[in-house]
Design a protein around this ligand. Structure first.
Ligand code: PEP
Ligand code: MN
Length: 365
């Protein structure tokens, strides 16, 4: 699995953090040309030009993409900017048309990555070529599904692979259109050594204002590039109008990002090593304490069973939640963190005690 080719080896002349920019959707030849001209005017030519040709929309009736005609307009981009072009493919027919029109790189969107049938169908359509493929994370935070889609491409011989973190659907957190989960790309990079992950702050934030901050965070976390939706007249865009930026604004955003400020540096300083060692020790202690706590939980479970008490006792739970949360707050831990932590420990405790009960009385299984 580690024989995939990194972006610098895709033969596209890209080095360092990759910058992908272009509109959410290709709309008209004039729109594509104007974006290219503005990029050129601003001296803001990205490493790759993106444009959606087929748009997966949540509700029917919205603009669903211009279709194959849009692929022909990519010649305009080649003429003005002479950079590689990338588009989203959602099924085998899209993949075949992208190949026919010599699209340089394809990506698989979040709504497609969740569907292994569709991903496999696209992999089969691309078999025998060496087109680079970028896989956006699935809508839901399922690392295995994300890796699985990369593996399906790899299994048909596609070696030029990368991933894109575009956040996850979350109806509770209104700060984001798609909430980022930074541990997910970091885990992906750990599980698949050398796999590069590009960040898509546009779809994470869903507005223009938050793009810089999210992009900087991505770079700090060691991500390998940015895909930012760019349009000459964002307010008039046919899709995702709120989150697109002009080439001039893109230039400003990129000039403000510190591309060297990476937490995942290859050679951590001695000081950082010391701190990490101290954290390792503390984590060992944390695990020992958890082990001890669960062993006490098991003893409480045995007592409840012998005395025919229910596993879940709401008064006790209420007391544990409230008292610990207050103690945590006094130690400068947030209320939300305390509640989530306690809930997680409690859930595991109940599960263990229920298991004990089932094993003692198999009829209740
Ligand atoms: C897009 O890039 O325009 C898009 C539809 O992205 P996603 O699959 O991340 O929603
Ligand atoms: Mn979009």
């Amino acid at each position: 699995m580690n024989d995939h080719l990194q972006i610098k080896d895709w033969g596209l002349g890209i080095e360092g953090h990759v910058i992908i920019a272009g509109p959410c959707s290709a709309e008209t030849p004039q729109q594509i040309e104007q974006i290219c001209l503005d990029m050129k005017k601003e001296n803001m030519v990205p490493d790759m030009f993106r444009a959606g040709i087929w748009k997966p929309r949540t509700r029917p009736g919205a603009f669903e993409g211009i279709g194959e005609d849009g692929l022909k307009w990519m010649e305009i981009v080649r003429h003005h900017l002479n950079i590689p072009i990338t588009t989203e493919v959602g099924n085998a027919a899209h993949a075949e048309l992208a190949l026919k029109h010599k699209v340089d790189v394809v990506w698989i969107g979040a709504r497609t990555t969740v569907n292994p049938f569709a991903v496999q169908e696209i992999a089969e359509a691309l078999r025998g070529t060496d087109i680079p493929v970028m896989i956006k994370n699935p809508m839901n935070p399922d690392l295995q599904l994300w890796i699985g889609a990369l593996e399906r491409m790899h299994a048909v011989g596609l070696k030029k692979l990368a991933a894109i973190h575009r956040g996850f659907s979350d109806s509770y957190d209104k700060r984001f259109r798609n909430k980022p989960n930074w541990s997910m790309p970091i885990h992906l990079k750990r599980e698949w050594k050398g796999m590069e992950v590009i960040n898509d702050p546009s779809h994470i934030v869903g507005n223009r204002e938050g793009i810089l901050e999210t992009a900087q965070r991505a770079i700090n976390f060691g991500l390998d590039g940015l895909m930012i939706e760019t349009h000459h007249d964002p307010d008039k865009a046919w899709s995702d109008a709120k989150q697109q930026v002009t080439p001039a604004r893109l230039k400003e955003i990129l000039s403000q990002i510190d591309f060297k400020d990476t937490l995942g540096a290859e050679q951590p300083s001695e000081r950082l090593n010391d701190l990490r060692t101290a954290i390792d020790h503390l984590d060992d202690q944390l695990l020992d304490i958890l082990q001890e706590r669960f062993s006490l939980i098991d003893q409480v479970g045995a007592y409840k069973r012998e005395n025919h008490l229910t596993v879940f006792q709401s008064d006790r739970w209420k007391y544990v939640m409230e008292s610990r949360t207050q103690k945590g707050i006094a130690k400068n831990l947030s209320e939300k963190f305390m509640k989530e932590l306690l809930y997680c420990i409690h859930e595991e405790s109940v599960k263990r005690q229920e298991k004990q009960l089932r094993e003692a009385d198999p009829v209740k299984k």
